[in-house]
Ligand binder design. Structure first.
Ligand code: F3S
Length: 284
């Protein structure tokens, strides 16, 4: 019985950095109330653990408005410029755990906007990362996520445009949408800001699932990147299971297999992955 664990399973660099920042604050700061602006990751177990250590999740800007002091940690998705302004005006300490790759996009759109370009963000408008980017891109920035939305763009000819992407956007789809915009006779600059972490995780998961008799995908049920990972693995290996923690895994279901692959979404903590891996090893 061989267990193949994906090297890319679990936290990406930016998520790990944000989670570590929170726990470091818990250790270093016992005098002030610590808040995170939004849940730091999509994982109920981790959020519960943080709450048990006294962290409060601010779930909206209104909740942020209601606090008067303390420490606010910005998660890896980043936030709009006006949130920093608001924190400063209130005299609240801000610990910025925005992923450096997302921060880079904020800088790009700010500079390009300053140079007179309209910013077009390719991504999901409702995603917090995209809302944050938009908040650095000027009032005339637009977000598009589908061919229909791109088709509706109607700027004047030769309009100066800078195109960026949500870090987790699908690479092929980004290229397709850029191609549609290219045909519109604007003056465009394209900056592919997609992060490789997601792509690498998906490629490795597919490779492992193709060679395994059973595949386990670990992640929160609300995590969209885990759902996508499950879809990819399930296409490559019909004996694929989506679990949140070891509790959801019925080892009998796996049947008598000789190779089991394991991967996990970007918000799955290492201890949960290790627990599953060790249990599968022991029981076969
Ligand atoms: Fe950062 Fe890429 Fe993760 S942008 S948060 S390292 S998916």
């Amino acid at each position: 019985m061989e267990v193949r664990l994906a090297k890319t399973a679990g936290f990406c660099f930016g998520v790990k950095r944000a989670v570590d920042t929170v726990y470091k604050q818990v250790e270093d700061n016992s005098t002030q109330q610590i808040y995170t602006y939004g849940p730091i990751i999509h994982n109920e177990e981790v959020i519960k653990d943080m709450e048990s250590k006294g962290i409060t999740v601010l779930r909206s800007e209104r909740e942020l408005d209601a606090i008067e002091n303390g420490v606010v940690i910005i998660r890896s998705h980043g936030v709009s410029r006006h949130i920093y302004v608001k924190l400063e005006a209130k005299g609240i300490t801000c610990i910025d755990a925005t992923c450096p790759f997302v921060k880079k996009i904020h800088q790009i759109v700010e500079i390009q906007k300053g140079e007179g370009r309209r910013i077009v963000i390719i991504g999901n408008a409702a995603h917090p990362e995209v809302e944050g980017i938009k908040g650095w891109a000027g009032n005339d920035a637009v977000v598009v996520g589908s061919a229909e939305e791109v088709g509706r763009l109607a700027f004047p000819e030769n309009e100066k445009i800078c195109i960026v992407a949500q870090t987790t956007f699908h690479y092929k789809k980004f290229e397709e949408l850029v191609e549609i915009i290219r045909k519109k006779r604007y003056d465009i600059i394209v900056l592919n800001t997609i992060c490789n972490a997601t792509k690498e995780r998906q490629t490795e998961a597919k490779r492992i699932a193709e060679g395994a008799e059973a595949m386990i995908v670990i992640g929160d049920k609300h995590s969209s990147n885990t759902q996508k990972l499950f879809e990819i693995c399930n296409n490559a290996c019909k004996n694929t299971y989506y679990i949140q923690t070891l509790k959801d895994l019925d080892l009998n279901q796996l049947g008598s297999v000789t190779t089991v692959g394991i991967t996990a979404g970007a918000s799955t903590p290492k201890n949960i992955i290790e627990e599953v891996q060790n249990n599968v090893r022991i029981n076969f």
